[in-house]
Ligand binder design. Sequence first.
Ligand SMILES: Nc1ncnc2c1ncn2[C@@H]1O[C@H](COP(=O)(O)OP(=O)(O)OP(=O)(O)O)[C@@H](O)[C@H]1O
Ligand SMILES: [Mg+2]
Length: 334
Amino acid sequence: MSRESLPWVEKYRPSSLDDVYGQGEIVSVLHKFIQENRLPHLLFYGPPGTGKTSTIVALAREIYGKNYSHMVLELNASDDRGIDVVRNQIKEFASTRQIFSRGFKLVILDEADAMTNAAQNALRRIIEKYTKNTRFCILANYSHKLTPALQSRCTRFRFQPLPEDAIKRRIANVLVHEHLRVSEDAVQALIKLSKGDMRRVLNVLQASKATLGDDESDEVSTDTIYECCGAARPADLRKILKSILEEDWNTAYYTLHKIRQEQGLALIDLIEGIMEILDQYELQHEQTRINLCMKLADLEYAISKGGDSKIQSSALIGVVKTCFENEVLEAQPA
Ligand SMILES: Nc1ncnc2c1ncn2[C@@H]1O[C@H](COP(=O)(O)OP(=O)(O)OP(=O)(O)O)[C@@H](O)[C@H]1O
Ligand SMILES: [Mg+2]
C-alpha cells in the first residue's frame, strides 16, 4: 500500500524520536540511554494516543536501523498471549544467535495490561532469565493493572496527554502536508475536544477532510470538527440548558430530544458537555455544584451500565432543574 493511501494515524506516525511531539523529557532520557548504550527494561504507560507505541518503535529504529526485523519482537494484545505462547515466542526469539549485529535484542510487549496475571507472573522469570542479551519494553494504559513485580523490573515513564502547544504544532504540520485548510476556531475546538489524544486529532482531521469538496479554498469549520468528533456544539448545549432552566418540563424535553436527534448525539457526550458549560457558571451556593456533579456522575454511570436513554434524558432534565431550584443565576457567559 502506498504511503498516500494509509490512514493518517499511520501516515503520520513519528519515524524518529525527534518526531515525537510533546514528550520532550522522555525523549531526551531515551536519547541518553542510546548514547550510553545502556538501555534498561522500560515501562511506558499513559492514556491512549500519546505516543507510547510510536516512541518505542522509533527508538528501536534508531538503535537497529535495517536490522529492526531481526532484533525486535513485537507482541500485542491481539496475539494469543497465554503463558506458553509468551514463554515460547520470547524464548525462541531471545535465544537465537545474533548474526547481524551485536548488542541486545528488544521485546516490545504492547498493551500488557490486557495480559492475564498468570502470564504477567510468568514474564518476570523470563525477563530475568534473558536480561543478558534482551531488553523488554512493556506498554500499558494503566500501570495499576500490571503486577508490582513486573513494574519493579522496569524504568517507568508516564506519557502525559499531549500539551496543547504540541498538538497545535503537529496539526499545523499535517495541514501543510495535506494542503488542508482549517479555520483558527476549528483548530482550537479540535485541540480542546481531543484532550491530548493525538490519534483522535488525526482521525478527526482525516474525516473532516473527506467532508470538503474539490475546491482547494474550502475550509474545515468548527461545526464540522464537532460533527466528526460526535461532540455537542457549545451553542446547542447552552440552548438545552437554557430550555431546562427557563421552560417547562415538556418543552425542555422536546428541545433536548430534537437537538440530540438532529446532531446524532449520545446522551453521555451531552452530559459531559453540560458539565463543562456548568463549570463556567458562577453559582451562589457551592452546594448546587456539588449536588449537580454527584447526580450527573450517577447518571453517567447508569448510562454506561446500559440505562434506557429516554429515561436517562428525563432524569437529566430532572437533575438540572432540581439542583438549580434554590439558585439565582448570575453572570452566565453568553
Ligand atoms: N507524541 C506524539 N507525537 C506525534 N504523533 C503522535 C504522538 N502520540 C501519538 N501520535 C500519533 O497518534 C498515533 C497513535 O499513537 P500511538 O500508537 O503511539 O499511541 P499509544 O500511546 O501507543 O496509544 P495506545 O495506548 O492506544 O496504544 C500515531 O500513529 C501518531 O501518528
Ligand atoms: Mg499503543
